[in-house]
Unconditional design. Structure first.
Length: 417
């Protein structure tokens, strides 16, 4: 199986797909089976989505996703993506558990695992910020100036769900890099190209602590990231004789930038399809009642939950229905360049039929539009064998990388790059 990895998409689907087609034309032995995108995908359907995109006005553009959402264009390759920090957050929150953002384009959700053929792919959306990590998913559209920035910050609940995974993961994606990953690659070359990372690299504060915890737990053969707009490879040996993880971060989609990489991975013969992952469905079913809503840190108490019971339940359900995700459904009218005025569509939370079908399938409550008082702590029951994840890390606040583009421009204006 040949898999193309892309860094930050920034809504440039046409350009990425055209690049892949050109690579196939230049080499008859290259046939791409799957495209993975490591965030900043920017699934912007209409002008309301554009307003939920937390970017500087000069970067705010419809780009090309709307054509794939509307059906004007069809993705030529199965595409799977995670979220970053520049996303149409109101749309992605509709698909919190994952689902088709457009035909043949699958969002992994805020955290998730799917199968492509027999390859298991895991992902964590967003970026890490300590001040929001222990909070619940309290943000609701339309977002205010604060919530539009915090909505894409990684939450402990989603990481703890991923920490329950026991079966091998083949590929994992995170938008920001695992903390400390620079120690396993050529960090001197990195800081020569990106001098504004130097202090954080030297202090070992560049990256995401939760992603590092997941890397240590899951030990996948491949881990891909983006966010920092550069290519950076590293090799992590887990223990003296343990497995090896090949890490690769890639750039954003721009000319002469290193934003694509093709890997070949052993797999069963095709045809390949995107399917639900049985273990992940069991974890989701087991922990959904603990979905946190509070603006304050949720009080958690550890409790052993029987994943095997949920696993058997999921197996029985899948044997009847099958593992395919629920069908794509448009929930708002797509952007029309001939009539670019905003449509009179609701700007609050929209219940996506895919999400409703998913929760009904697992016999779970719909909690994405529920609210609690902001000053009410919530006690949630969640099992964690990794209690160290619950501790507060006072020195974890890394460089504010919400806008790497702006940092690059400042550096270039200073003559440093």
């Amino acid at each position: 199986m040949k898999i193309a990895i892309e860094g930050c998409m920034h809504g440039e689907l046409d350009k990425v797909y055209e690049t892949l087609k050109r690579l196939e034309e230049e080499d008859e032995n290259t046939k791409i089976d799957l495209l993975l995108c490591c965030g900043d995908f920017q699934a912007v359907r209409d002008l309301n989505d554009l307003e939920s995109l937390n970017v500087k006005s000069k970067y705010r553009s419809m780009n090309s996703f709307w054509k794939y959402y509307s059906g004007q264009a069809v993705a030529p390759y199965p595409t799977i993506f995670i979220g970053g920090n520049h996303e149409a957050s109101n749309y992605l929150y509709e698909l919190y558990y994952g689902g088709w953002a457009a035909p043949n384009i699958y969002f992994m959700g805020f955290a998730g695992v799917v199968k492509f053929g027999n390859i298991r792919i895991g992902g964590l959306s967003g970026i890490y910020k300590q001040q929001h990590y222990a909070l619940g998913h309290f943000e609701r559209p339309p977002y205010n100036e604060s919530d539009i920035r915090s909505i894409y910050h990684v939450r402990e609940y989603d990481v703890l769900k991923l920490m329950q995974i026991e079966e091998p993961i083949d590929i994992f994606m995170s938008h920001d890099w695992p903390l400390g990953i620079t120690e396993y690659g050529n960090w001197k070359k990195l800081v020569s190209e990106k001098p504004f990372f130097k202090e954080e690299v030297e202090k070992r504060s560049l990256g995401s602590r939760p992603a590092a915890e997941l890397l240590d737990k899951l030990k996948p053969p491949y881990w891909f990231s983006a966010h920092l707009h550069c290519k950076f490879p590293a090799i992590i040996q887990h223990g003296e004789n343990g497995p090896v993880t090949k890490f690769l971060a890639l750039d954003k989609c721009l000319p002469r930038r290193k934003f694509l990489q093709i890997i070949e991975i052993e797999s069963d013969p095709g045809p390949f399809e995107i399917n639900f992952d049985e273990e992940w469905l069991a974890i989701t079913r087991m922990l959904n009642s603990s979905f946190p809503l509070t603006r304050r840190p949720a009080k958690r108490r550890a409790e052993q939950l029987d994943k095997q019971v949920n696993r058997q339940w999921v197996q029985n359900k899948l044997s009847t229905r099958g593992p395919k995700p629920f069908n794509f459904v448009q929930t708002v009218p797509s952007y029309d360049p001939d009539h670019p005025c905003p449509t009179n569509t609701p700007i609050g939370h929209c219940r996506n039929p895919q999400t409703e079908d998913f929760l009904q399938f697992l016999e779970l409550s719909y909690l994405l539009d529920a609210t609690v008082e902001s000053n009410t702590p919530v006690e949630s029951t969640i099992y964690s064998a990794d209690a160290h994840l619950h501790s507060s890390n006072k020195n974890d606040e890394s460089i504010d990388l919400d806008d790497v583009d702006e940092m690059e421009e400042l550096t270039m204006n200073d003559g440093d790059a």
